[in-house]
Design a protein around this ligand. Sequence first.
Ligand SMILES: NC(=O)c1ccc[n+]([C@@H]2O[C@H](COP(=O)([O-])OP(=O)(O)OC[C@H]3O[C@@H](n4cnc5c(N)ncnc54)[C@H](O)[C@@H]3O)[C@@H](O)[C@H]2O)c1
Length: 392
Amino acid sequence: MSRRLGVGLLGVGWMGALHTRAYRRLTDHYPELDVRCELVAAADVGESGRRRAVEELGYARAEPDWRAVVDDPDVDVVSVTAPNALHREMALAVLAAGKALWVEKPVGRGLAETAAVAAALGPGAVTAVGFNYRTVPLVEHAGALVAAGALGRITGFRGWFLNDYASNPWGPLNWRFSRDGAGSGALGDLMSHVVDLATALLGPLREVVAVTDVAIARRPYAAGEGEHFATLGPGALEPPGDDVPTGEVENEDSARVLARFASGASGFLEVDRAAVGPHCSLGFEIHGSTGSLSWDFERMNELQLYLADTTGDAGYRRVLARPGHGDYGRFQPGPAISMSYDDLKVIEAARFVGAVLTGDPLAPGLAEALSAARAVDAMERSAASRAWEAVA
Ligand SMILES: NC(=O)c1ccc[n+]([C@@H]2O[C@H](COP(=O)([O-])OP(=O)(O)OC[C@H]3O[C@@H](n4cnc5c(N)ncnc54)[C@H](O)[C@@H]3O)[C@@H](O)[C@H]2O)c1
């Protein structure tokens, strides 16, 4: 008989809905887990979030106080998908209750909060952190090519996450733009993903030098709960006039970073949440002594691969995702039938729930989140000191 797992959800926004859909799809794509995820309870401070949890997502009930969900004895696994400012307190409560934790990135509003959660990890605790781009089948294939030496000795890495969600000056001043709500800006939100990919592919960073900028210094005050992609007013590129009340953006819109890896390779890492043009361009290029590869999330199911030969006519070839690359075969039966962003969360959910059922170690978990937070912290220190900083 299949095992029952009670699911609790803290925060019913974009990610809360996505985690829920991922739990629901597990039996479709990973039947051998033989698990029945029961949506026990969700928490949200907003009434619309609570209504959505029950009417749309299928939770048995919704609570205004997240502690009632964590304390519910029928809840075995908890997804933390609330804004960053709440992650530390929520994650600590989940671990203290002895429950498995799936927490969105960044785990805290900086290194100290992430380290506090990592320090609370007891033996046998199962944690997953939402670095969902690691699970892209062609990213896993790229990692396997690098590890097998297909590119020779790795000399260079270029990683980026260029996004336009904050490019409109009419985008409301929601929690993402305040130190208190988010901690850092593009560094915690976007660079944490880039650093996690860089580390998964090439190993840890040793030192960095960074510059950061704010592109849009003031934004109109958010009305209500303020969604990630919302815009107020006309949605024009001209900023609001003096007649619209605005508040200060307290964290960086972009960061550009030179890096040295512990392996000796060098890299350039770039993030921008206010880029006009790229919508969701997260990618990397890796260069080695006998080849190169590149990948971008905007073309998630394609990898560009160059393997040197002696003819002088070698060129990049386009590798399309197929069964055999990572978990692609769980979703599509043949090559080049595109997978989606939501599918990545299903893979993440399967690995999380699989670890809960077996007790096997899981990555990326809190150890990987701590490693990313250390690198991001060094970048923040470097932007302030205007000097190279070591990654702790
Ligand atoms: N892995 C990824 O690619 C990815 C993508 C987007 C967001 N995220 C992360 O997910 C988290 C949530 O982001 P989002 O885009 O879903 O945000 P969101 O603003 O859409 O949703 C957050 C929800 O939390 C609720 N909330 C606020 N305070 C609460 C409280 N005290 N108790 C319970 N609920 C509360 C809000 O009402 C809202 O419904 C962030 O940490 C973000 O960095 C990760």
